[in-house]
Design a protein. Structure first.
Length: 424
C-alpha cells in the first residue's frame, strides 16, 4: 500500500477561540479558514483531494452567561449550517459531507463531518461527551469530545476508533500547574462507553486507535530571566522578532507546552507539527491583522496535538505515524484576540483490520466523574440564568442590570416596610 496514496485518510482539524463573538457570526466566509488545506493536497493524488474528515472546534463561542445558562442551541445550529455549506461549496470535486456529531458545553463546541462517498458510510457507535474544569467544575473551562468507530466491514480502517477532543484550559501566564491539573481532570472525567463488548466499565479518551486533542490550551511563552528575550517580550521589538521564522524556532523551547510534554507532566506521548512555522496565535489587538497587544506576551496558545496506536513506543515528539501536511494560523480574522489555526493530517496506512488501542499516557477513571460533571453543570445553569437575568434587566449590560436589581430590591423592601394608611 502506498504511503501517500488515496488509501490513507485525510483529517482536517480547525480550532478557533472567537472571543465570545459567535453570536455575531464571522466577518469573512469560513473558506479563509477551512479550505487552505485543499491547496496542499494535490501531491497526494493527480487531482485535488478533499479531506475525508473535517473537524471544527470553537472556544468562547458565545457570551459566558448564555453558555452557562444553556442558551446555545441557536448559535450551534447556525454554525453547523455555515460550516457545512462552506466545506461543500469549496470542496474541489463537489464532495458532499454529513454531520457525524456536534456537542457543546458552555462556550466550547465541536463539529465533526465525514465525506458521503467515503468514511461517512462506515461510521458507527458515535458518542459525544463533555466535562468542565472551571470553578466548582463549571464548564467555562473544560472539554467536549466526539468518538466514533468504523465498522468491521469498512474498506478503510476497519474497526478503528477515532476520538476528537476540543478543550479550553485555564488562562494566564503563571498558571501552568492549573493547566496541567485541567488536563488530568479532563483525562479522568471525559468518559465514554466500554470499548470491549464484554465490559461494563467506562473508558477514557485513550481507549481509542487515534486521538486528537486541540483547542485553546493557553500555554504561554515563558523566558528565564537570563534569556535575552525576557526584557523585550512585551515590546514591539519582540513582536517584530516574531516575523522571523528562525527566531521563532530559537524560542520554541521556552514554550510552556513543550516543557510540560518533555517532563511528562501533561500530554506525554502526544505529537505536534512545527508550530513555530506560523506566528504566535495570541494576543492580537482587535481589528488588526498583524498587531499584538502589549497586555500579554505573544504566545502559541492554540494548538493541535495527536497520537495513534501505530506510533512507535518512545517516538520523539514530532515523529508520529500521522503525517502533518499543514499546520498554520489564518491572520485575516480580526474580531478575536486569537487567530484560528488549521492542520491537515495524513493518517497512517490501515493495517489488517485488527484495531489496537493507545496504551501510552493512560489515566485512571475518576469514580466521581458524573457527580463532578453534573454538579458543575447545575451550578453553571443557576449562575448563568441569574447572570442572564441581570443582563436582561440592564438592556445588555450586567453592571446596569445589577444596579437596577439592587434598586428594585431596595424599593421592594422599602415598600414592604412602609406603614399602611389603615394602621395610622
Amino acid at each position: 500500500m502506498s504511503d501517500t496514496g488515496p488509501e490513507r485518510l485525510l483529517v482536517q482539524i480547525a480550532s478557533y477561540n472567537t472571543n465570545l463573538q459567535g453570536i455575531f457570526g464571522l466577518p469573512q466566509d469560513l473558506v479563509d479558514w477551512l479550505s487552505p488545506t485543499l491547496e496542499v493536497s494535490t501531491f497526494l493524488s493527480p487531482t485535488r483531494r478533499a479531506p475525508d474528515v473535517v473537524v471544527v472546534g470553537f472556544q468562547e463561542l458565545l457570551p459566558l452567561h448564555l453558555g452557562l445558562a444553556g442558551l446555545s442551541k441557536a448559535v450551534i445550529d447556525n454554525r453547523d449550517s455555515l460550516i457545512l455549506s462552506q466545506i461543500e461549496t469549496h470542496a474541489p470535486n463537489k464532495e458532499r459531507y454529513s454531520l457525524v456529531a456536534k456537542v457543546v458545553n458552555v462556550g466550547v463546541a465541536l463539529f465533526v463531518y465525514a465525506r458521503d462517498d467515503g468514511l461517512a458510510r462506515d461510521i458507527c457507535n458515535i458518542e459525544t461527551q463533555w466535562t468542565g474544569c472551571g470553578p466548582l467544575y463549571m464548564g467555562n473551562k473544560g472539554a467536549v469530545a466526539v468518538r466514533f468507530r468504523t465498522s468491521d466491514q469498512a474498506t478503510q480502517y476497519p474497526g478503528e476508533i477515532f476520538t476528537f477532543v476540543c478543550a479550553h484550559l485555564t488562562a494566564h501566564d503563571h498558571k501552568v500547574a492549573q493547566r496541567v491539573a485541567d488536563y488530568n481532570h479532563i483525562a479522568q472525567t471525559l468518559l465514554f462507553g466500554p470499548v470491549e463488548p464484554t465490559s461494563r466499565a467506562p473508558s477514557t479518551m485513550f481507549s481509542t486507535t487515534h486521538l486528537f486533542y486541540f483547542g485553546d490550551l493557553n500555554f504561554r511563552l515563558q523566558f528565564p530571566e537570563t534569556h535575552p528575550m525576557s526584557v523585550i517580550c512585551r515590546t514591539k521589538e519582540f513582536a517584530g522578532a516574531l516575523d522571523d521564522e528562525i527566531k521563532r524556532e530559537e524560542i520554541k523551547d521556552c514554550d510552556q507546552l513543550v516543557n510540560v510534554m518533555k517532563d511528562g507532566r501533561a500530554f506525554a506521548d502526544f505529537h505536534e507539527g512545527q508550530f513555530w512555522k506560523f506566528k504566535c496565535s495570541y494576543k492580537y489587538q482587535l481589528g488588526e491583522v498583524d498587531k499584538y497587544s502589549s497586555k500579554r506576551i505573544p504566545s502559541w496558545t492554540d494548538r493541535i496535538l495527536y497520537m495513534t496506536s501505530k506510533d512507535a513506543p518512545g517516538a520523539s515528539r514530532g515523529d508520529s505515524a500521522i503525517t502533518n501536511l499543514l499546520y498554520t494560523s489564518i491572520p485575516s480574522y480580526t474580531t478575536s484576540d486569537h487567530k484560528p489555526i488549521v492542520s491537515l493530517l495524513l493518517m497512517p496506512s490501515s493495517t489488517d483490520g485488527t484495531a489496537s488501542l493507545i496504551t501510552a499516557g493512560r489515566h485512571s477513571v475518576d469514580r466521581h466523574a458524573n457527580f463532578k460533571r453534573y454538579s458543575g453543570r447545575l451550578v453553571g445553569r443557576v449562575v448563568g440564568v441569574f447572570w442572564w437575568l441581570l443582563t436582561f434587566l440592564g438592556a445588555g449590560s450586567t453592571t446596569v442590570g445589577t444596579i437596577n436589581f439592587l434598586l428594585g430590591l431596595g424599593a421592594w423592601r422599602w415598600w414592604g416596610s412602609a406603614p399602611s394608611s389603615s394602621s395610622v
